[in-house]
Design a protein around this ligand. Structure first.
Ligand code: ADP
Ligand code: MG
Length: 697
């Protein structure tokens, strides 16, 4: 094992292993399931289980687990060993098709948002053959979907697979209309760019806030942040490089296509991007990537922070979800084509996305909503909480030409008659310039930039796939019944542009004037917080759309709203409690110690010579004492609002109290403490500061 080529995917039961270890007919049948979504023949499972087990044993595995993604946002696994007692007192290693296909973990310790209460506590996991099994440590991990006993989804994979199916069904209808009779499947693909921070482990350990909530709850800004722009794409430090090298190696062994790594804008912030793959596998891989990033960091004496805003006032971490749709024949449906017909098809898919993003702004916004991401969206460097789309000037001009039946004035004048004219060739560079747009067309894919760094990408892709499936369904219904296909197509594209152009914005998304225009003039929604947007999951239009495509049932949507709001309240509650403890037992005592020592020095000086003024000491002590008093008052206020949460009549009210009372009270306490930090001698400060953390690696 020396070159990457030799060890890439060595811990994955991938196509190469399947082909080598399964009888030809079994392999074919499994392939059909994986590639075309065909139902899995049960007899196949026994063969696969046996081959998988033999392969895993050779790799030193002793256990297997159904690996799944409950609504906690992280992955879960319960390990079972392969051993079965044999009559002679020894053991044999067994693993049946039944065990491969189905598991029955206790669902009661995972969030179910009320579904559990009315059904059995038991849940079950079912094998997802479209995502390869892999080995982690000594365990064979089998990617699975996780449902309640009544079949309700309790995880993120189930609705993601359903949304991919919905998109497949509707996109195929469109392709048939364009005369494509050969494509068997349409899938969405994703390449998520993952941002993160690295901080020294020994400093992390000294901060209760980082350990409890993943972000700093106190800390005055360092004298130098990202102002100098000298970290972005800068030289990678040897310690960080060693980390990245090992991380890459671990990811490659798991068949994860880690491709690009670079420093990000903030000090000690970095990014890792994989090569894109199907949404389902991309989501599994991103979950694994986040897990391994954290694990490998520890081996290097570092902690990998995946929080969206680990440091106030410093660039936050997001995840760019690069998304496209393509056929099993390799045609990217978001890529402008070479012939008039391909072009018309491209424009139709483009319009489907435009319509989807406009009609379901709220779903996209809430798919990325967490307490952590609320600190990022709308802050300076991140996309605003308002959703808009960037298409680039050229494509925009094409759409305008179609809308107004006038020639497109590019390098040459082209009349935009669909199905007749070819699109001008776009220069990729001109479509990828705007970094401030939440949803940007980048030549042959869309980049959705609102995801938080710790978010599972499942939710965003569920909403994206479903909303686009809905646009395509409306288009297919209309076009299948049209007497003149080309005229109907042209009219429909025009109609989409007219009705939905308000969502297209090519300017600076960070500009306050834009937010004003977006909300006041264009009527776009601006949900600033999780508490604001999450309840809209249950808006009737959203329930209608998501249930009609069988992505969710109404009950699943109700339970998810509950769980997401619960997560929001719990996260902030933990932060508030942590702040109280830090303020009371660390920060206020530190201020007092320092102020006390300064006062003592003044007394000593006065004893020496009563005419010494000591105005420095006096002013410092009075300022520090007043800040300690303020902090003490703010502690009391925060305690009161936290206690008040108990009176909330439901989770919606509780989340509003968190937004309106708890978060502002936390800010006020922090302000007093942060100011005191700037005038307290460093050795008195009870934990590492922003400068220590950000420049410590
Ligand atoms: P950058 O954004 O840094 O210019 P790229 O746009 O080339 O880099 O790629 C960023 C991410 O987008 C990568 O993860 C890449 O694999 C992914 N990507 C590229 N093409 C597609 C596509 N057609 N569909 C989905 N993701 C894609
Ligand atoms: Mg990109």
């Amino acid at each position: 094992m020396n070159t990457v080529k030799d060890y890439f995917g060595c811990n994955v039961f991938d196509d190469r292993e399947m082909k080598a270890n399964l009888p030809a007919n079994v392999y074919q049948s499994l392939k059909k399931t994986i590639d075309e979504g065909a139902a899995l023949d049960v007899s196949v499972a026994n063969y696969v289980a046996e081959a998988m087990k033999e392969w895993a044993l050779k790799k030193g595995a002793t256990h297997y687990t159904h690996w799944f993604q409950p609504l906690t946002g992280i992955t879960a696994e319960k390990h079972d060993s392969f051993i079965t007692p044999s009559p002679d007192g020894g053991v044999i290693m067994e693993f049946s098709g039944k065990e491969l296909i189905k598991g029955e973990p206790d669902a009661s310790s995972f969030p179910s948002g009320g579904i559990r209460a009315t059904f059995e506590a038991r849940g079950y996991t079912t094998w997802d053959p479209t995502s390869y099994a892999f080995i982690k440590g000594k365990t064979l991990c089998i990617p699975t979907a996780f449902c309640a006993y009544g079949g309700q989804a309790l995880d993120k994979k189930t609705p993601l697979l359903r949304s991919m199916e919905a998109l497949n069904i509707q996109a195929l209808r469109i392709l048939r209309l364009f005369g494509n009779d050969t494509a068997k499947r349409v899938t969405s693909s994703v390449g998520p760019e993952q941002e993160y921070f690295l901080v020294p482990k020994e400093m992390y350990d000294q901060r209760l806030d980082l350990r409890m909530s993943g972000r700093t709850l106190f800390g005055s800004k360092p004298p130098k942040g990202q102002e100098m722009d000298d970290h972005y794409f800068g030289i990678i430090k040897p310690r960080v490089q060693a980390y990245m090298d090992e991380l890459n190696e671990e990811l490659w062994k798991l068949g994860i296509l880690a491709k690009t790594e670079h420093n990000e804008v903030a000090p000690s912030q970095h990014e890792l991007a994989p090569i894109y793959t199907t949404t389902n596998v991309g989501t599994d891989h991103n979950q694994l990537t986040m897990e391994i990033m954290q694990k490998v960091a520890l081996k290097h004496g570092l902690v990998c922070l995946l929080h969206e805003k680990p440091f106030a006032g410093v660039n936050g971490s997001g995840k760019h979800n690069n998304w496209s749709i393509s056929t099993d024949e390799g045609q990217n449906l978001l890529s402008p084509g070479a012939t008039p017909y391909e072009n018309a098809q491209f424009l139709l898919f483009l319009c489907a996305v435009i319509k989807a993003v406009d009609d379901y702004q709220d779903l996209l916004r809430l798919s990325v909503a967490t307490a952590g991401n609320d600190h990022r969206l709308g802050a300076n460097e991140a996309p605003p909480a308002v959703i808009s789309m960037f298409l680039g000037d050229e494509l925009n001009a094409v759409l305008e030409a179609i809308e107004e039946d006038k020639p497109y004035e590019g390098a040459e004048k082209i009349q935009m008659k669909l199905g007749v004219d070819i699109l001008p060739k776009f220069n990729r560079d001109t479509t990828d310039r705007n970094r401030t747009s939440p949803f940007a067309f980048t030549g042959n894919k869309f980049e959705f930039r609102m995801l938080g760094s710790s978010n599972s990408i499942a939710c965003a892709n569920i909403m994206l796939n479903s909303a686009v499936a809905e646009s395509l369904k409306i288009y297919a219904d209309r076009l299948e019944g049209a007497s003149d296909f080309e005229t109907a197509l042209h009219e429909m594209i025009k109609k989409t542009i007219k009705e939905h152009k308000r969502i297209i914005f090519n300017g600076n998304g960070y500009d306050d004037a834009w937010i004003e225009e977006a909300t006041k003039v264009r009527g776009l929604s601006n949900y600033r917080t999780t508490a604001d947007c999450m309840p809209h999951l249950l808006d009737e239009k959203n329930v209608q759309m998501l249930t009609s495509h069988k992505v969710f049932t109404r009950q699943e949507l109700e339970s998810r709203t509950e769980i997401m709001l619960e997560n929001y309240c719990k996260s902030v509650n933990i932060e508030a409690t942590t702040m109280l403890q830090m303020a009371k037992t660390q920060i206020i005592p530190a201020i007092e110690n320092y102020a006390g020592d300064v006062a003592k020095k003044a007394v000593t000086k006065k004893q020496l010579n009563s005419s010494i003024a000591c105005s420095y000491e006096e002013s410092l002590v009075s300022k520090l004492s007043s800040l300690a008093d303020t902090a003490f008052v703010k502690v009391g206020e925060l305690e009161q609002v936290v206690a008040g949460l108990a009176d909330a009549k439901d989770i919606i009210e509780e989340s509003a109290m968190i937004r309106d009372r708890v978060l502002p009270a936390m800010e006020a306490l922090r302000a007093a403490c942060d100011e005191a930090e700037t005038m307290t001698e460093k050795s008195y400060w009870p934990f590492p500061t922003y400068s220590d953390l950000l420049f410590g690696v």
